[in-house]
Design a binder for this molecule. Sequence first.
Ligand SMILES: CSCCC(=O)/C(O)=C/O
Ligand code: FE2
Ligand code: NI
Length: 181
Amino acid sequence: MSRLRIFAEDQPAQVLFDSDDHPAIAAELGKVGVRFERWQASADIVPGAAPEAVIAAYRHDIDRLMNSEGYQAVDVISLNADHPDKATLRQKFLNEHTHSEDEVRFFVAGRGLFTLHIDDKVYEVLCTQGDLIGVPDNTRHWFDMSEQPHFVAIRLFTNAAGWVANFTGSEIAQRFPRLEV
Ligand SMILES: CSCCC(=O)/C(O)=C/O
Ligand SMILES: [Fe+2]
Ligand code: NI
């Protein structure tokens, strides 16, 4: 089940908002320009599946997004707990960073925790199968796949070079919850 919690940036122990109701989450995130939608994740894809199989299964959705919104590149992160580099891959996204383009991710299986730092608030978004999240460019954020990753996410980029991150150097991510197994 998807979930949103909101905190003040300097009070990680005090939850200001907590909901697992999808329309309520979408409405709250919409107020700060974040897209959050329920899509059909109908294909039988399991974490660890080959990226080519994921792209083939979701070709229709991918083409629709690329054609209507001008994305230039697509890739897939498909990880399960057996992955030999899971600790390194987890670490890659754990510190606060930004991108010069929107971050658009469609979770076709499993789950992952995006945490967005917008103005003086922190939005912790648990994304699960069927969630499409769109985070505006230059939004400070981090992502946790947990110690035991179990997810498949399709990533869309307007930059043909794909994933490029600018790390802020802030240690804020270390003060907020991680995704527990
Ligand atoms: C859920 S996709 C992997 C994480 C990612 O692409 C990213 O930019 C995290 O901030
Ligand atoms: Fe990111
Ligand atoms: Ni699963």
